[in-house]
Write a protein that binds this ligand. Structure first.
Ligand code: PHE
Length: 341
């Protein structure tokens, strides 16, 4: 065989080997190409090696050099391709999975919602179930049945959010009685007692509305947890114990609870409840023994049953637990605040 055709064979071999290596899509295909072209026993390069002996003495250096060159190049291409195929997969469906990810912001429950859920859980352990009532109320449930007569200053329109009479009339017909956003969750006491006989052991959690001047500890909308227990022989001592145990369950053993004599139309005797906050006391709500007039208003016999009730401000508990300095954070919708809970 002439050296010219030997060189041609080597050229053809190189071209075919390079194409096969380049198009090998995985390690298996590459190994098949290696065996076909460079295999020590039956590879095509080995066959060409067998032909080298046919070259003349003068041709041998040229053909030998080309043979070595082809062998080295194809070997190098094979190794390079092996390295590429051994790399971890980067693209999945056009997506480079090795790029650093971008985290989707994760939502979480509002701190007040978390507090409310925990309140319900704690009170549930004391045997209180959860009752609900509407936020738009009539005067019977917000005042009358709670022993708050028509001339009581708490009923002043300037102290409450009454619905505009014209709007109510347009919606319900002009004879409809006044409605207001409830100013206290005590409304739910009445609704529960009206619809079920004693004994009763409920809490009710929700929003209340008062036209207060807004500052760090006051808002015109806040949340209360109302508690009501009606049974024969209920005592003030039980009320105090429940409130103390509740506060400790939520805030820890070091919280002190203080009761100050006070007045509410719907409880007698009545107390205001304070909790310790550092060296100070912070008012957290009111409580007392359910007034006989209230029991009568819902059709109970005050000689047969007694009960206690309490209403606590939820924001203040949450503020104390997390050292939140301003009640306005709860409604500010600032993620820098909300994402801390
Ligand atoms: N309803 C009272 C308030 O909003 C709190 C309270 C509830 C007091 C139950 C006594 C009994 O301030």
């Amino acid at each position: 065989m002439s050296s010219g055709s030997l060189i041609e064979l080597l050229d053809a071999f190189e071209g075919a080997a390079m194409a096969a290596i380049e198009s090998a899509g995985d390690a298996g295909a590459l190994e098949a190409a290696r065996i076909e072209f460079l295999g020590a026993r039956q590879g095509r390069l080995r066959d060409l090696q067998g032909l080298l002996g046919q070259a003349t003495k003068e041709e041998k250096p040229l053909v030998g050099r080309r043979f070595n060159e082809v062998k080295t190049r194809v070997g190098a291409a094979l190794e390079a391709r092996q390295r590429v195929l051994a790399r971890p997969v980067r693209k999945v469906g056009g997506l480079d999975v090795t790029l650093p990810g971008s985290r989707d912001p994760q939502g979480r429950r509002h701190p007040l919602t978390q507090t409310i859920l925990e309140f319900k859980e704690i009170m549930g352990r004391f045997g209180f179930s959860v009752a609900d009532g509407p936020e738009v109320e009539d005067e019977w449930h917000n005042f009358e049945a709670l022993n708050i007569p028509a001339d009581h200053p708490a009923r002043d329109p300037l102290e409450n959010f009454y619905l505009a009479a014209a709007q109510v009339a347009a919606r319900d017909g002009s004879s409809s009685p006044p409605r207001l956003l409830r100013s206290q969750t005590s409304t739910v006491q009445i609704r529960v007692m009206e619809s079920s006989p004693p004994p009763i052991r409920i809490i009710s959690v929700g929003r209340v509305y008062r036209p207060d001047t807004i500052d760090a500890t006051h808002s015109c909308m806040f949340h209360q947890m109302e508690g009501l227990l009606i049974a024969a022989g209920t005592t003030m001592a039980q009320l105090k114990t429940v409130l103390r145990l509740f506060a400790r369950a939520y805030l820890g053993q070091d919280v002190s609870i203080r009761f100050r004599p006070s007045f509410f139309p719907f409880t007698e005797p009545s107390v205001e409840v304070d909790m310790s906050w550092g060296s100070r006391w912070l008012e957290i709500g009111g409580a007392g023994m359910v007034d006989p007039n209230v029991l009568r208003a819902v059709g109970y016999d005050p000689d047969q049953v007694t009960g206690f009730a309490f209403g606590l401000g939820i924001e203040r508990f949450c503020m104390r637990r997390y050292s939140i300095p301003d009640i306005r954070y709860f409604t500010g919708n600032d993620l820098r605040f909300l994402s801390q809970f």
